[in-house]
Ligand binder design. Sequence first.
Ligand code: NDP
Length: 333
Amino acid sequence: MAIQFGGLNLNEKENKSKPETVSEHIKCLIIGSGPAGYTAAIYAARANLKPVIIQGMQPGGQLTTTTEVENFPGYPQGVTGPVLMEDLKAQAERFGTEIRWGEVTSVDFSVSPKRIVVDESTVITADSVIISTGATAKYLGLEDEKKYSGSGVSACATCDGFFYRGLKVAVVGGGDTACEEASYLSGLAEKVYLIVRKDFLRASKAMQERVFRNPKIEVLFNHNTKSLYGDGLLEGANLIKNQGKPDEQEVKIEVQGFFLAIGHQPNSKVFADYIETDENGYIKTTHGTSKTNVKGVFAAGDIQDPVYKQAITAAGSGCMAALDAEKYLAELE
Ligand code: NDP
């Protein structure tokens, strides 16, 4: 019996212990449901490739954890990340894209058609594959981050900021994400520390100004995090100011929330046996195309973009991947 992923309820999914040998053949499989995946789906569906999207662990991708998006063309008043993703999803579905729950747990790209296993149980074969799995938040690597995970430590201010209303929080990082999260949290928390390891912010000028103008945000330049403390729940962080310099000193801040905003790791591990990546795990594509080193496998969005990483560039590369897949399939036939 072919198990349809979209109709699979969670209990059924959890109870499934034995690997299935169910096979289903798809013309164009899209892995990941951010702006790149949905845009690829819109184009592929309109080209009658009958695309199927496997949504992945975070349906809608990173933008579902973003507040206001002011720079996506077509929304002159701005739009929230979740609404933008719902709009993209609806547009993909309008042309017949099938969107399914699930995570790709292994692949075999040495065969043709490609073999893809979803949730370690459902086997799909596909003539063409578009990888748009995006990237995941990075952590500092401190033991304490694990210890206080869910009880003070988070990598998503929009997901968890609500729990820190009226409390003190810290955000780590000096890029656009950190500034955006600090600004967002300032609307909820009593005070926000922005912990920046250098003596400048990497964020855009507009974002920097927003932070500097905000009386609730205190920017701690030249600070690194040494450890976190608290009895059960997070109570504070031990920082080092001017680390490695003659005037190095320890600084203690009292915070109940500690938010990481130090960049992202591309989600390419599951493809690593077949797909070439750079030293940081970003998938390599042939210049000016979405083609990977494997024929019939294309990459779009943050998974192949260490430079621009914008929703609109991800969407553009999703379009490219669908057009490349369409051409590949036409030649195959
Ligand atoms: P970035 O890579 O731009 O910034 C990461 C920040 O984290 C840097 O300040 C970096 O410091 C710091 N950092 C990295 N590792 C550590 C560490 N171990 N300890 C302490 N600090 C650390 O990532 P972002 O997520 O901010 O942004 C990614 C991309 O997305 C960018 O191109 C950005 O412009 C874009 N973006 C755009 C938005 C918008 O337009 N609305 C919103 C959010 C992101 P250092 O500078 O020292 O390397």
